[in-house]
Design a protein around this ligand. Structure first.
Ligand SMILES: Nc1ncnc2c1ncn2[C@@H]1O[C@H](COP(=O)(O)OP(=O)(O)OP(=O)(O)O)[C@@H](O)[C@H]1O
Length: 371
C-alpha cells in the first residue's frame, strides 16, 4: 500500500493546457474517486499517476518517493481500463496469471495465486474459457483479477464499468467496494457518474477544466459544496438553480427571483450579493399556489415506481424538479401550484459561483409573500 501525492502538477498537450497546477494528497489505503464532466482531465490525471503520461510540470510522489521520472512498470501500480484488453487467445487462468509468468515465477506458485484471485472474484469456475465466452461482467472481473494478482501498491481504475448495463454496474460496484475492504490497497477510480463516485469513495475529487473544484467525503460535497459547480454536479436529480436579484425593501434586504420568489435576508449577513440560489429536489414541497414561496405550473410527473419526480415550470426558462413522496392527483397536472421549502435548504451563490456561507436567509420573507 502507498500514499500518492501530486504537487503542482500541470499538463499541456502542445499549446492546450489540460491540467492546471493540481495539488492532491491521497492517503495510504484510501479509495479516491475523480469525477467531472467529459474532457475535464480525469483520465489524464490518472495516467500521470500511473506514469503513462508525463506531467509538463510538477512532482508525482508514491509512498513519499518522487516517481516523476520513474517508468510505469516500476511504480507498483495496476491499471484497469474501460476496455478490458484481455488476451483473446488465452484462457481466463492464463489471462490472470500472465504477468506472473513473465516474471518467471514457478508454475505452481502462479497457479496458486491465480486460483486465490479467481476465487475472490468468483470466476474460478470459468478458468478454461476464452474471453469471448464470457459475459461483460465476467470479463471485467478477469481484468480486475489480472491487476489484483500482481499485488500492486495502488490500483487505478479508468471508467471500468462504463461498458456494462445498469444491473451489472451496480453488482460490480459492490464487488469493487468489497475488494477494497478486503485488500485495503490505495485505489484511484475515474468516473463521470456522480452516483458511482458517491457510493464508492472515501473522498471524491471534483475536477472541472483541469482544476480541482473541491475534495471531500461524499457527505461533505453533498451537504457543503464550495461552489455552484460542485453543488450542480453532485446529487441526482441535480440541484435546482435560479438567478436572483438583491434589493433593499422597507423591512430590510431581500432577494427576488422568478415565480414571485422573495426571500428576506438578515441585515448583518455576508455583504457579497447573492446572484443565484439552489435547492435540492428533495427539499421542495408541492403545495397550493397561495401557500408556496414560488409559483409554478406542475407540467409533468415521472413515475419511477418507488418515487415520483415532478417538473414545475416557474418561468419560460426555469423548470425545477421536485421529489414527490407520492404521485399527485392527475388533475393537478398542468395547473398552477406552489413550491415551499425551508430557508435552511437554500444554497446561495455569488456571481463568480462561490457559495456564500452566511447569506443570512430568513425563514419569513414578509407577510405579503408568505402565509
Ligand atoms: N494525447 C492527447 N493529445 C492531445 N490532447 C489530449 C490527449 N489526451 C487527452 N487530451 C485532451 O485533454 C483533455 C482531457 O482529456 P481526458 O481524457 O483526461 O478527460 P476526461 O475527463 O477523462 O474525459 P472523458 O470522461 O471524456 O474520458 C481533453 O480535452 C482531451 O481532448
Amino acid at each position: 500500500m502507498a500514499s500518492v501525492s501530486l504537487q503542482s502538477v500541470s499538463k499541456n498537450f502542445g499549446t492546450h493546457a489540460v491540467i492546471h497546477a493540481v495539488d492532491l494528497q491521497i492517503e495510504d489505503g484510501e479509495f479516491v474517486v475523480f469525477v467531472g464532466p467529459s474532457g475535464c482531465g480525469k483520465s489524464t490525471l490518472l495516467r500521470i499517476v500511473a506514469g503513462l503520461v508525463a506531467p509538463s510540470n510538477g512532482v508525482v510522489a508514491i509512498g513519499g518517493e518522487d516517481v516523476t521520472e520513474v517508468p510505469a512498470s516500476r511504480r507498483g501500480v495496476a491499471f484497469v481500463f474501460q476496455s478490458y484488453a484481455l488476451y483473446p487467445h488465452m484462457s481466463v487462468a492464463r489471462n490472470i496469471g500472465f504477468a506472473l509468468e513473465t516474471l518467471g515465477l514457478a508454475k505452481d506458485v502462479v497457479n496458486q495465486k491465480v486460483l486465490a484471485v479467481a476465487r475472490m472474484l468468483k470466476v474460478d469456475h470459468l478458468m478454461d474459457r476464452r474471453p469471448r465466452e464470457l459475459s461483460g461482467g465476467q470479463r471485467q472481473r478477469v481484468a480486475i483479477g489480472r491487476a489484483l494478482v500482481r499485488q500492486p501498491e495502488i490500483f487505478l481504475f479508468d471508467e471500468p464499468l462504463s461498458n456494462l448495463d445498469s444491473d451489472l454496474r451496480m453488482e460490480m460496484r459492490l464487488e469493487i467496494a468489497r475488494l477494497h475492504k478486503d485488500v485495503k490497497t490505495t485505489m484511484i477510480y475515474v468516473t463521470h457518474d456522480q452516483s458511482e463516485a458517491m457510493t464508492l469513495a472515501d473522498r471524491i475529487v471534483v475536477l472541472n477544466q483541469g482544476r480541482i473544484e473541491q475534495v471531500g467525503t461524499p457527505r461533505e460535497l453533498y451537504h457543503a459544496p464550495d461552489n455552484r459547480f460542485v453543488a450542480g454536479f453532485i446529487g441526482s436529480p441535480r440541484m435546482n438553480f435560479m438567478s436572483v436579484s438583491s434589493h433593499m425593501a422597507a423591512d430590510g434586504p431581500q432577494i427576488a427571483g422568478a415565480g414571485h420568489l422573495i426571500l428576506a435576508l438578515d441585515a448583518s449577513a455576508d455583504e457579497t450579493p447573492v446572484a443565484e440560489i439552489g435547492i435540492r429536489p428533495e427539499n421542495l414541497r408541492l403545495v397550493d399556489q397561495e401557500e408556496g414561496r414560488i409559483r409554478c405550473i406542475l407540467e409533468r410527473v415521472e413515475d419511477l415506481g418507488h418515487e415520483h419526480f415532478g417538473y414545475c415550470r416557474i418561468s419560460d426558462d426555469t423548470v425545477w424538479v421536485i421529489r414527490l413522496p407520492q404521485a399527485p392527483l392527475p388533475d393537478r397536472i398542468g395547473k398552477p401550484a406552489g413550491l415551499d421549502f425551508p430557508a435552511s435548504a437554500v444554497f446561495a451563490f455569488a456571481a463568480d459561483g462561490r457559495r456564500i456561507l452566511s447569506a443570512g436567509l430568513k425563514d419569513q420573507a414578509g407577510e405579503a409573500s408568505l402565509p
